[in-house]
Ligand binder design. Structure first.
Ligand code: ATP
Ligand code: PMV
Length: 452
């Protein structure tokens, strides 16, 4: 009998903690976003002579892209694509999930996974909308690698949701709301994502895809770098080390659930030019090494303000419950220009403006365009908009995007329509996600039809 299940995982914005999050000594503030990556998985058992798996991954939104893999222990769990096509994010995910679960006695060996990604992950130019009563997706004429990204972490979402979908074939009772399974999904997804990227980043994107909005402290990179290379000759060794890494190892990380305070929302503006994170990180690392110990003082100053933001979010949320009247005045102040009358809001703004000032200093000294002049101007203009409290360049910064924190009642579209100053920004239809990885109803992906 054919089993069908569906899952989805959110995108991310790193609001506080860019660069510092690469070091396990600092914590960061990651907001999970309502743009989600989805996987619908169906599986069945077909008769074979060996324990070979057939895994078909379809991403029909992108020029009907699909990858058809055969995977077996004999091939070292290295997937072989029928036509030699490659997608490292899919391949490393298949390898790790299969290697982790391969001692399970019986499992479905014919697996089909359909991937869907919400509109905000990619430029929607020249796309066709296909929808049903429940979902709506953009379909492109180009292959996945040729459609411009917006930087919401499509590969992290893909790897996390694919890890979950594949794991559900081996673990029929997989429950994504259970922390035991979340840990397995998170660990396998972090490992696969790092291997596919060819580097060990901080992993905040995979953590948000799994756990939702979080205060995040990264795992030590050695947890992943100590894994042997997966090859035909060391299948057993890889399996044992992988099992130990996922099941026994202390990842020494933090992913505590958090939220923007009640009555506030995150606004994301896509600036449509793009930056290269790897180059920015290299420049910042060089600047840091060349300027010690002052660079440490600068990072510590950013960190103090990051922590302040995390604490203020918690404080404001408590205040909304403890003193609703004061809190409603505080929210109103965002619309009547009196935010400085509320010390929590004043401190919030000061923390962000100090971080921005410090990022501008690093920009000047390192040559890494974290907050380039054009973004400074844009953010300063945004802060004049009715309802907007503050703003920042998220993640690595650069020319990609801006994030604003504003009253829930802010109508950014109307406030900026037709204004030359905001001509280069497209406001993304996004809000904070309600949760990390979640189970979806597979019926909700059926009968998608053209609607534009
Ligand atoms: N819907 C999808 N279907 C298949 N593969 C996908 C899909 N979305 C992303 N990918 C894979 O992820 C790759 C993009 O990953 P990359 O890490 O470069 O971008 P990103 O995660 O969106 O960016 P950022 O980390 O800056 O937010 C694509 O080239 C493709 O291999
Ligand atoms: C610079 C860095 O700290 C953040 C990159 O964030 P983003 O990809 O720009 O959202 C790198 C990382 O954390 O892996």
């Amino acid at each position: 009998m054919k089993e069908i299940r569906a899952f989805s995982a959110p995108g991310k914005a790193l609001l506080a903690g860019g660069y510092l999050v690469l070091d396990p000594k600092y914590e960061s503030f990651v907001v999970a976003l309502s743009a989600r990556m989805h996987a619908v998985v169906s599986s069945s058992q077909i008769p074979t002579n060996n324990r070979e798996l057939i895994v078909q991954v379809k991403s029909s939104q992108f020029n009907n892209n699909e990858w058809n893999y055969s995977v077996s222990k004999g091939q070292g769990f290295i997937p072989k694509e029928k036509d030699g096509k490659s997608n490292p994010f899919i391949e490393y995910t298949i390898s790790n999930v299969c290697s982790y679960f391969f001692d399970i006695e019986s499992f479905d060996n014919h697996i089909t996974i359909e991937i869907y990604s919400d509109a905000e992950y990619h430029s929607t130019e020249n796309s066709t909308i296909m929808s049903n009563k429940y979902k709506s997706f953009h379909f492109h004429k180009k292959n996945i690698q040729d459609v411009p990204k917006t930087g919401l972490g499509s590969s992290a979402g893909l790897v996390t949701v694919l890890t979950t979908a594949l794991s559900s074939v081996f673990l029929k009772n997989l429950d994504v709301s259970d922390s035991k399974y979340q840990h397995i999904i998170h660990s396998l997804a972090q490992i696969s994502h790092c291997q596919a990227q060819g580097k060990i980043g901080s992993g905040f994107d995979v953590a948000a895809a799994t756990y939702g909005s979080i205060i995040y402290r990264r795992f030590p990179p050695e947890i992943i770098s100590q894994l042997p290379q997966l090859s035909v000759d060391n299948v057993e060794k890889y399996h044992v080390t992988l099992k130990d890494t996922v099941d026994k190892c202390d990842w020494k990380m933090t992913a505590s659930p958090t939220n923007l305070p009640k009555g506030f929302k995150l606004i994301m503006g896509d600036v449509n030019t793009g930056s290269e994170t790897v180059k920015l990180v290299q420049k910042v690392n060089k600047w840091y090494a060349d300027n010690e110990p002052q660079s440490l003082d600068i990072f510590n100053c950013i960190n103090e303000n990051n922590m302040k933001i995390i604490q203020l979010c918690q404080k404001l949320d408590l205040l909304s419950k403890a003193d609703p009247l004061y809190y409603s005045h505080l929210l109103e102040s965002l619309h009547n220009g009196s935010t400085d009358d509320f010390k929590e809001l004043k401190e919030f703004k000061v923390a962000f403006s100090t971080i921005r000032k410090t990022f501008r200093l690093i920009t000047k000294e390192s040559g890494a365009d974290i907050e380039p002049a054009i973004q400074t101007q844009l953010l300063d203009n945004c802060m004049q908009i009715d309802g907007v409290l503050t703003g920042v360049v998220p993640g690595a910064g650069g020319f990609d995007a801006i994030s604003l924190i504003a009253a829930e009642t802010t109508d950014i579209e109307s406030a900026t329509v037709g204004l030359e100053t905001f001509a280069n920004v497209s406001w993304m239809k996004l809000k904070q996600a309600e949760c990390g990885i979640m189970e979806e109803n597979p019926q909700h992906y059926l009968d998608l039809h053209v609607t534009n």
